[in-house]
Ligand binder design. Structure first.
Ligand code: GLC
Length: 471
C-alpha cells in the first residue's frame, strides 16, 4: 500500500505547530508496518534543513496557472525515515516559512496543482493521497473533477483537519487558477458564498478525519454554518487521536536536557532540570513550577491564563512559579512581558520559539497548563506525560479525550471545564496540594511517564482506514 502525505509542514524540515510534528512522525510509523510505503510532499522552504541536506532533482515541469505558467521543480531527499519531496515553484515569495506571505492562497493552489500533475505521471500510482489542513484542501476536488487527472478517479483521498479555524476562505475568482473542470461542479468548491478549501475537502474527500474524536463532535456543533456540512457528511467523518514520536521525545536521550532520566531516576532527573530553570529565572525550587508552552493565539487561551497568573500571585499570593513560553500575537507577547515589571520572581516569560528550550521546560516543570479555547488534539499533554510531568488541561477536543483527572481511576492530570480565571485558580490550588503530597505526586509522575501515547497505536488506525478505502 502506497500513501502520499501532502502537507505544508513536516518536522524536521519546517514546523510551525503540531501539524509539523504529526506529518513528520506518522509516515515514519506507517513505514514500519509491513507492505506499507509512506512518503511526504511539501513546499520547498529556504531554511537550514534544505541548505544542509542533499537534494536531487526528481522532476521538472512547466504548467499553466491562470494566465501565466508555473516553473516547477520537485526535489528529493532521503535522509528521513520516509522519502521526502519538496516542491519548488518559481515566481512566488521566497519562502523561509510555510506561511505568512501575501501570496499564500495563490501559492498553495499552485502547489496542489504541481503535486497532482507530478503524481499523475507516476508509473505506479499511490493507493491513497492523504491531505492535511486547508493548504491541501482542493486536492480531493481536483482528483475527482479536473479533466487533466483522469487516473485519480479511483484513488482514495483522505483529508485530515488539524485546525478547523483555518479554512482557506477566498474569493470565488481564485477558482480561475485551478486546472480545468466542468463548471457545474463549481458548488463543490464553495461554502457561504466564498471559495472554501476546507469545505471543498469535506465534500469531496473519501474520508475526513480530525485529530481526536471529541474535536469532530465539536466541529459538528459549534453553532456555525459549517456544522451543517459536517453533519451532512458525518458518515465519512471520524476522529483519530494523534500520537507522539517517542524516539524523538525521550527524556533518557534528549540532548537538550541538563540531565537525562528514566522512570527509575525520575526524581533526581527532573529535579536537576528544574533547578536549572529555577536558577535561570530566579524561581524558588521548593515551589511547584507550572509552565505554559504554545503559540500566543486565541486558541491557546493564554489571555485568560495571564489574568489567572496575575491573580494567583498578586491577590492570592500562592507559592507557585509560573513560566510562560511562546510567541505569536504581538500584543499578547508584550502584555505577558510587561507583567514581569509588576509581578515578583514567581513569574517569568520566554518569548520566542525554541524547541530545544521547550524540551528543557517539559523536563524541568512539575505541571504544564493548557487552557485552550479549542484543541483539535494537542500534543503538549503527551510530551508532558512522556517527560514525567502532570498536564493541567481544559476539557475540550483532544485534551478531553486524552487526559483523565488524577482524582479518577487511571488519572494522569488536572482537568478543568471553563476557560475562566476561577477555574484556573482552582486548578492551581489543586496542583499546589498535589505537589505538597510528595509520595502521591511522585507515583503519579512515574505512572505518567509509563503511559504509551506513541504513534504505533494511531498509525494502526490509519492503516485500517486506508485498507477500508482500498477494499
Ligand atoms: C494543530 C492543533 C493541535 C494538534 C496539531 C496536530 O496544531 O491546534 O491541537 O495537536 O494540529 O494535529
Amino acid at each position: 500500500m502506497k500513501i502520499v502525505h501532502v502537507s505544508a509542514e513536516c518536522f524536521p524540515v519546517a514546523k510551525v505547530g503540531g501539524l509539523g510534528d504529526v506529518v513528520g512522525a506518522l509516515p515514519k510509523y506507517l513505514n514500519q508496518v509491513k507492505d506499507t510505503e509512506a512518503m511526504v510532499v511539501m513546499p520547498y522552504i529556504y531554511n537550514q534543513f534544505t541548505k544542509s541536506h542533499d537534494l536531487t532533482i526528481d522532476h521538472k515541469a512547466v504548467l499553466p496557472f491562470g494566465e501565466s505558467l508555473l516553473d516547477v521543480t520537485i526535489l528529493k531527499n532521503d535522509d528521513l525515515d520516509f522519502p521526502l519531496y519538496l516542491v519548488q515553484i518559481e515566481g512566488f515569495s521566497h519562502r523561509h516559512q510555510p506561511y505568512g506571505y501575501d501570496d499564500d492562497y495563490h501559492f498553495y493552489i499552485a502547489f496542489q496543482t504541481a503535486v497532482l500533475n507530478w503524481i499523475h505521471q507516476w508509473k505506479a500510482l499511490p493507493d491513497v493521497i492523504h491531505c492535511h489542513d486547508y493548504h491541501t484542501g482542493f486536492i480531493p476536488f481536483m482528483m475527482k473533477y479536473c479533466h487533466q487527472f483522469p487516473k485519480f478517479r479511483e484513488i482514495a483521498s483522505v483529508f485530515t483537519i488539524h485546525n478547523g479555524e483555518y479554512q482557506g476562505i477566498m474569493g470565488k475568482n481564485m477558482a480561475d487558477y485551478l486546472p480545468w473542470f466542468d463548471v457545474w461542479q463549481f458548488p463543490l468548491l464553495v461554502w457561504d458564498n466564498d471559495l472554501n478549501a476546507m469545505a471543498s475537502a469535506i465534500k469531496c474527500a473519501w474520508r475526513v478525519t480530525t485529530v481526536s474524536p471529541q474535536y469532530m463532535k465539536e466541529l459538528m456543533s459549534q453553532g456555525r454554518s459549517i456544522d451543517d456540512l459536517f453533519q451532512q457528511e458525518a458518515s465519512k467523518c471520524l476522529g483519530i487521536l494523534n500520537g507522539i514520536d517517542d524516539q524523538v521525545w525521550n527524556p533518557a536521550t534528549d540532548e537538550n536536557l541538563v540531565k537525562n532520566y528514566t522512570v527509575k531516576d525520575i526524581k533526581s532527573g527532573k529535579a536537576a532540570n528544574k533547578e536549572h530553570l529555577c536558577r535561570k529565572y530566579g524561581f524558588n525550587p521548593d515551589y511547584p513550577l507550572i509552565s505554559f508552552i504554545g503559540r500566543f493565539t486565541d486558541q491557546k487561551g493564554v489571555d485568560v491564563l495571564a489574568d489567572a497568573i496575575w491573580q494567583a500571585i498578586s491577590i492570592f499570593d500562592l507559592p507557585i512559579n509560573f513560566l510562560v513560553v511562546g510567541s505569536g500575537d504581538l500584543e499578547m507577547e508584550s502584555g505577558l512581558e510587561e507583567m514581569n515589571n509588576y509581578l515578583d520572581e514567581r513569574y517569568n516569560t520566554y518569548i520566542g520559539y525554541n524547541e530545544a528550550f521547550a524540551r528543557l521546560v517539559y523536563a524541568g516543570s512539575d505541571f504544564m497548563v493548557m487552557p485552550s479555547r479549542f484543541e483539535p488534539c494537542g500534543l503538549n499533554q503527551f510530551y508532558t506525560l512522556r517527560y514525567g510531568g502532570v498536564p493541567m488541561v481544559r476539557t475540550v477536543g483532544g485534551l478531553l479525550d486524552s487526559i483523565i483527572d488524577f482524582g479518577d481511576e487511571g488519572g494522569t492530570g488536572i482537568r478543568f471545564i471553563h476557560l475562566s480565571s476561577e477555574d484556573l485558580l482552582h486548578a492551581f490550588q489543586r496542583a499546589m496540594y498535589l505537589h505538597e503530597d510528595e509520595k502521591n505526586f511522585l507515583s503519579l509522575k512515574k505512572n505518567n511517564m509509563k503511559k504509551d501515547f506513541s504513534w504505533q497505536k494511531s498509525a494502526e488506525k490509519y492503516i485500517n482506514l486506508y485498507q477500508d478505502l482500498i477494499n
